[in-house]
Design a protein. Structure first.
Length: 673
């Protein structure tokens, strides 16, 4: 097979694998592993050059470590030091120590069943200590749990695991030395690493800053990217030349660049190389897996899949509990960190290169790691149900949380429920406070909730996605629900809960752009506010004002754009609490909900003559929460919520007559709809 044909094969296989995983909502990494198994020498044997792919895949690890070094952030480490250097350090150290001691004890008690030297055990224990950053962070983000109590602990442990890889990359090659030279090799490797890292970090930051500034002044994007590749690979070569690993040099390169002002630009430029080459690394790992060996030794695979998962689950849960977390938070943390990780593959591959892994164990270990990662999304998906079943106090904890929310919302009526109390939610809360409108905000960041509550804001700890939290916040009595965070999946869950239990309550959703507009509207969103639209309007207004367009015209142009974009703002120029004589004559909105069994049900809008020609129908939302297009043929139903626009007196008369069903019939040709 020619190099071009081989390249096309890998690209095609990678694309198909990633598409399959995306459709099954699994991480792409698992697709790459599956592709490697299928095209490898032990299955279809489409690729004979497994060694060449492995060497290319090593560069994926190089760029992975470069990105880890780039994200190395001292302020972040300081802010999470309790979880990083407390729980994270204990998890990695105790996993390695207990697994090593346990393996050596088993080897001494049953040498016929288990024969493994301490060097091999130590290397494999290091791989076992790792968890999957890619899978877990993605799921935490999707479930909006990054700021939760268990989410912060999980992130702290993952951060320490990333750091712990660095000494393990130095240690494992030294473990492969002959027994008589082992301790000398380990001491020499440690000394080399200390001296090299010390020299690079002492004067390297100043040199790196000067060099990147020099390159950036040439204002050539191609030159900047080439320079990044040069710096990364040169430092990787330097550490390999010193008898250490390629990945260590890449990590140092990332650390050096992270302290410069070019960090964010570098992250953007390096991402494509990192993702593609890391995909090749996982394909090369998959090509090492012999499915026939796995099938032959399936009891061992099953044992290696379950034993480390239960061991890590128990250890992390006990450590988290010992460090002061509740039983529910401890078990959730354990469930999120029980699986194998991508760095486990990196360390296993390094151990195999240094002849530390017995050939008969390589395939069962690889298969068990893949299986544990495949099980992770399902474990996390059902984590809440598992915690509820296994931790008796969790029901009490959640009941207390709901009671706290209900106590806060009990005394208010016609309030606004704010889902998420970040920057956007806080601005909305301040504006509502200024206008004397009650609100209750739900947020999952305990620190933010504590600080906001201390400042007197109406904020409680709660997950807006959960129906119980919304009901406790007084959903049925609310005048509106506002989703302030940028997560469509979560917004859809809030919409589904509101539509099912309070269909007449309007929901306003914030999004990045218009991509999910129709999906959110179909789910029952009263209005969708894309940040991109609002940002462009503010840019346009400032630009027009600066080039000399009169301010009144700028405001009118922007308002016209908003009228065209937002249905609820059409014809609406003043606030709802207008109190000056001039403002009382301005148009405003009025919401009318038709009771069930009202006599006008079944009539078309065209049959109704609304008093005063200024009164018109803006929108109509059915009793099930669905917004429908308004035209003369649209028929009213009991439970409908009508949004009318007009002057105050006309609106009051229209509302009174609608609810009393005293509207005269007409030919409908001049009806305002």
């Amino acid at each position: 097979m020619t190099p071009l044909e081989l390249t096309l094969l890998y690209l095609l296989a990678a694309v198909l694998g990633v598409v399959a995983c995306r459709s099954l909502k699994l991480p792409p990494m698992l697709g790459y592993l599956a592709v490697g198994v299928v095209i490898g020498p032990h299955a279809l044997a489409l690729s004979k050059d497994a060694e060449g792919v492995r060497h290319l895949g090593e560069f994926g690890v190089v760029f992975l470590m470069f990105v880890i070094g780039l994200e190395f952030n001292l302020p972040k480490l300081r802010s999470m030091h309790r979880h990083v250097f407390g729980l994270g350090l204990l998890q990695v150290a105790l996993t390695i120590m207990l697994a090593t001691v346990g393996s050596l004890f088993l080897a001494s008690m049953a040498p016929a069943l288990w024969t493994m030297g301490w060097q091999t055990t130590l290397a494999l224990s290091g791989a076992m200590a790792m968890s999957s950053t890619a899978i877990v962070v993605k799921l935490l983000s999707e479930r909006l749990e990054l700021a939760s109590e268990h989410g912060q602990r999980v992130m702290g442990v993952l951060l320490f695991q990333d750091l712990a890889v660095v000494p393990l990359l130095v240690l494992i090659p030294a473990l492969g030395s002959p027994p008589e030279k082992l301790f000398i090799a380990m001491a020499l490797a440690g000394l080399k690493a200390t001296v090299l890292i010390g020299l690079l970090l002492t004067g390297g930051q100043r040199v790196m800053r000067w060099w990147l500034t020099l390159v950036a002044r040439r204002k050539s994007e191609e030159l900047f990217v080439l320079n990044l590749l040069l710096v990364t690979l040169a430092l990787a070569w330097l550490t390999e030349w010193a008898g250490l690993s390629l990945a260590l040099g890449a990590f140092i390169a990332g650390m050096l660049i992270s302290e410069t002002k070019f960090k964010h630009q570098v992250e953007t430029d390096i991402r494509p190389f990192h993702d593609v080459l890391l995909g090749l690394f996982f394909i090369s790992i998959g090509m090492m897996l012999d499915w026939r060996e796995v099938a032959l030794h399936w009891p061992l695979v099953l044992l290696l899949s379950t034993l480390p998962v239960f061991f890590k689950l128990g250890l992390v849960t006990l450590l988290t509990r010992a460090l002061g977390a509740t039983a529910g938070v401890s078990l959730r943390t354990g469930l999120y960190l029980a699986q194998a990780g991508e760095f486990g593959f990196v360390l296993l591959s390094l151990a195999q290169q240094n002849q530390l892994v017995p050939p008969g164990l390589l395939n069962p270990i690889l298969a068990s790691m893949v299986l544990s990662m495949l099980a992770t999304p399902f474990l996390i998906m059902h984590s809440n149900r598992l915690v509820m079943k296994l931790v008796s106090s969790e029901w009490l904890q959640q009941s207390l949380q709901m009671t706290t929310i209900a106590k806060k919302s009990m005394s208010i009526n016609k309030h606004v429920i704010i889902c998420g109390y970040g920057r956007c939610g806080q601005n909305l809360g301040r504006m509502l406070d200024r206008e004397g409108i009650p609100y209750i905000a739900l947020d999952l960041d305990p620190d933010r909730v504590h600080q906001a509550t201390a400042a007197g804001n109406s904020v409680v700890f709660g997950d807006a996605v959960r129906l119980q939290a919304l009901i406790a916040a007084g959903l049925s009595r609310a005048s509106a629900v506002v989703v302030t965070y940028l997560d469509t999946a979560s917004a859809l869950k809030v919409l589904a809960s509101t539509r099912a239990h309070a269909p007449t309550v309007p929901v306003i959703v914030r999004t990045v752009d218009d991509l999910d507009l129709e999906k959110l509207r179909a789910a029952g969103a009263t209005e969708v506010v894309p940040e991109a639209i609002e940002g462009s309007l503010m840019l346009a207004s400032h630009a027009l004002a600066l080039v000399g367009v009169p301010m009144r015209r700028v405001i009118r142009l922007v308002q016209d754009q908003r009228d065209a974009r937002y249905q609820l703002l059409r014809g609406y120029f003043r606030g709802a609490d207008d109190n000056t004589l001039d403002e009382l004559e301005q148009e405003r909105l009025s919401t009318v909900t038709l009771p069930l069994g009202i006599k006008c049900a079944g009539r078309a809008l065209g049959e109704l003559v609304l008093p005063e020609t200024g009164v018109r129908m803006v929108s109509l939302r059915r009793g099930n929460g669905k917004t429908v297009d308004v035209n003369n043929e649209t028929r009213l139903q009991g439970g409908d919520t009508l949004v009318l626009s007009g002057k105050p007196e006309a609106l009051a008369l229209a509302e009174e007559q609608l609810l009393r069903d005293r509207l005269p019939k007409s030919s409908a040709t001049g009806a305002q709809a």
